[in-house]
Structures are given as structure tokens and as C-alpha cells.
Design a protein around this ligand. Sequence first.
Ligand SMILES: [Zn+2]
Length: 506
Amino acid sequence: MLHHGAIPERVYLNHISPLWYHQMAGPLVSSRPTLRRLSRARLLQDTNNKMQQIDSIGFAVRGALYHCPVKGEFEYHADALVLVDHQGQITEVLTPEAPGFAARCAALSEANELTELAEGQYLMPGMVDLHVHAPQWPQAGKGLDLPLYDWLQDYTFPLEAKFADVTFAREVYPHLVNALLANGTTSAVYFATVHNPASVALAEICLELGQRGYIGKVNMDDPDQCPPYYIESTEQGLADTEAFIQQVRALPGNEQQLVNPVITPRFVPSCTRAMLQGLGELAQRYHCHVQTHCSESDWARDYSQAHYGQSDVEIYQSMGLLTDRTILAHSIFLSDSDMAAIRDAGAAIAHCPLSNTYFANAAMKTREVLDGDLQVGLGTDLAGAPIPSVFHTCLDAVNHSRAREDGTNTHLPAQQRGEAGSRVSFLEAYWMATVGGGLAIDAKVGLFAPGYAFDALVVDANAPDSDLYLPEGMDTPRDRLEKLISLTRRQNIRTVWVQGRKVIQK
Ligand SMILES: [Zn+2]
């Protein structure tokens, strides 16, 4: 072990110059001929390891950092250094107390591999949107004062049918994906339409623009519930779904599986029993993600009871569609046994608070879902809600829970009006939008830690036209984070990275 004593290993391991190795190796190995080969071998190995490590650093970002690794809590570092390798994975997260911090920063800066954030800028995890109807983007903001049935018949189905034309899809989808990225959504779980070419086009556009995408070719084959101009046969729907899975997985440039196919029965009423069964078999065979709507409204819940004598959760479970890769949008009317089944399966819920306000007929049991340790993240439900920002969805989740807690009926006394103790905090909402969403899509995203993908945002409180006002000395770190969650808008998001690739810079 003499050579260990002779070599200042810590310094050596932190050093990056191969010249330094050659300078040190000569005098050391010449003094002990019997150890010479061992020492050289050891040195070469160490050098190779170290050089590989250095070579593997693609870039680093230094600045103030927020994230919420633990539900309901947060971490803030006024100064942190996040190192990212060439595959877009985080290799280290360091703070100034770490040995060699200043030297690392200096070396990275010299190598032109360091991005340093300015005063008022914050590094935050990318947001995960668990529920987006991509083809509904052109209708965002229309008809949201209508009942669901009219909204679907008058706006949604005629619009979705247009995606039979892949050229139309190629006009709409880039605008949506770019808007979501610019609003900080680094991962999105999409419903597309029944059409294979347009659904594959959405996957290609995500890949091209650099968004982590989970994309579903929608299935709907029940002639009693689907309009005649927007329906598929059971057989064709299943064949198209299998082809879609294979096509998306094999897309050129998708070696890191940045885009993924998702099995997507629209909801129970739109699918025949044979379709649900067939999709369940595909989910098991391909180990795919599954997404669907679950007990979204009184009508949806009653339909399942009338036709199956079961809840949506029980139906999906019996069809093989409730797995640890399933994302259930809404999930408003859940019984205790439904909640237990979701938890036991390891499935996740996409909570879409603003859409629920319009269409759910009731409030989401978010408090119980969080306390029951079910997997849960947030969804915008574009265009069942019109705002393409998961920051805004965090605010909506807090608002939704507070309306539920207080109630709305002024004819009732206060203590009977709402459901006491049901509010959720901004930190819980933000955890759902980041870590919770990452768990739901089985991706290592949503926080800054070694092994996680570098999906991240620079939020700039000092951006022009900003609503964020963070005056010196008036906010605690928690106050500041709550303001960042509530008031970050598109203009505040300066830079967006997905898997280490810079996809937005302004
Ligand atoms: Zn939806």
C-alpha cells in the first residue's frame, strides 16, 4: 500500500490533467521495482476511470436550486452544482461544502461546460403532465360552459376526426408540444386519436422537439357511444394498437425510449368488452403503459354500474388493464376498495383539478389519495381545461381542495358545508407535479439526484413582464417557492432541458 501513501489519492482523483499523471508516475514507480507493474496498472486503471468520469461530463449548471424529494417538504440550496453526463443523466449534485467544489467549478468554467444562473434565477425540475388530449389543442378555451355531452359532440369528436389527415396532425402537434415545453412540461402523457399515422406523427414530433412523451393511440369501438364518423372496429383497433406499439418503440432516434407507446381505451363507455379484453392482453404482452379515464363523473360511474355491475377500477382490473404502469385520469368516485386496488396494483392517478371543476360533478379526494400513499401526479387535461401549464395546475389543485374543504352551499351551516381537513398544500401539489408524475411514468425525473435524468428548468423571476416579485429580505425560502409555483408563467421559463438536451432557450 506504499504507493497509496505516496500518491495523494484525493488530490489525484480530483485532478483532471493526464499530464499530471505522467509527471507523478515517473519518480514514484522507479523507487520500488517490485511494485512497479502493480503501481502502473493501478495508476492506469485509476486514470482511465477518472478520465472516463471527466469525459462523461457533458455540462454542469450552478445556481439556486429547488426541488421536493419528499412529499410535503422541500429542499433549497442557494448555491448548488449539478453535473450532467453525455447521456443526460445527473452524475452529481454538489454544494459549496463539498471538497473541491471551487476547483470543480473553475475547471468546468475553463472547459466552457458550466452554465451559471443569475440572481433571481432558480433551477427547478421539469414538470410532468399526466393527462393531455393532444388533438384538442385547437379547441382549448372553447365551450367550457357547456355540459360534457354537448362539449364532446359539438367540439371534440368532430375535431378529433380531422386527424385522419396526418397533414393536419403535423400542423397542430408541433404547436402544442412547443407550447408545453415552453411552459416547463418536460414529460407529457398524451391521448392522441384513433388514427395510427397521426398518433405516430405525435411521437415523432415529441422526439424531434425533445419532449419525453407517452403517447396513446385512442381506442373506441362501441357504436352505441361513438359517433359514426369517429369509431373503429374492434379487430382493426386491436391490430392498429399492436402496430402502433411496435412502430413507436422502433422509431429512429428513440434508442433511449424518450417516447413510449401507451395503451389507451378512451373510457369504459366508448369500448366494447372485447376491446377492453384485447387491450388488456396487449398490455400484458408488451408491458406497456396504460392510460384511461376512471370514474370521472356521475354519468361515467353510473354507466359502468349499469353495464357491468362494477366500478371502473374493478372493470379495468378484470380486463388486465390495472397494472403498475397504469395511469387513471380523474378517479373522482372511488370507493375504499377501489383505492386499495389502485394502491395494490401500483397504478397511478392523474389528478386534473381544473377539468374536474368543469366536468366531474364533484371534488377529487386528493387528501385521501395523498394520505393513502397512492401514486398520484397532476394533469392539465387539455382541453377539458384550457391552460397548458402544470405550474397553473398546482395552483388549481390547491384551489380545488380548498373549495372542497369549505364547501359552497350557503344554505348550510359552515361546519356542514364542506369536508374538514381536506386541503392540500402548495408543496404537496408541486411534489405531485414533479416527483409524483415521475413515479407515475416510471421515469427517473422530477428531482435532482445522481441517476436521475436532467429534465430541468431555469425560472427567472426577473424576466421582462414577470408577475413574480421576490423583494430582498421579505420572503423565506418556502415563501419564495410558493410564489414560484403560483406565479411562474411562460415568460419566466428561460431554459428547458430534457434528458440533458436544451430544448428551450430564450
Ligand atoms: Zn381526459
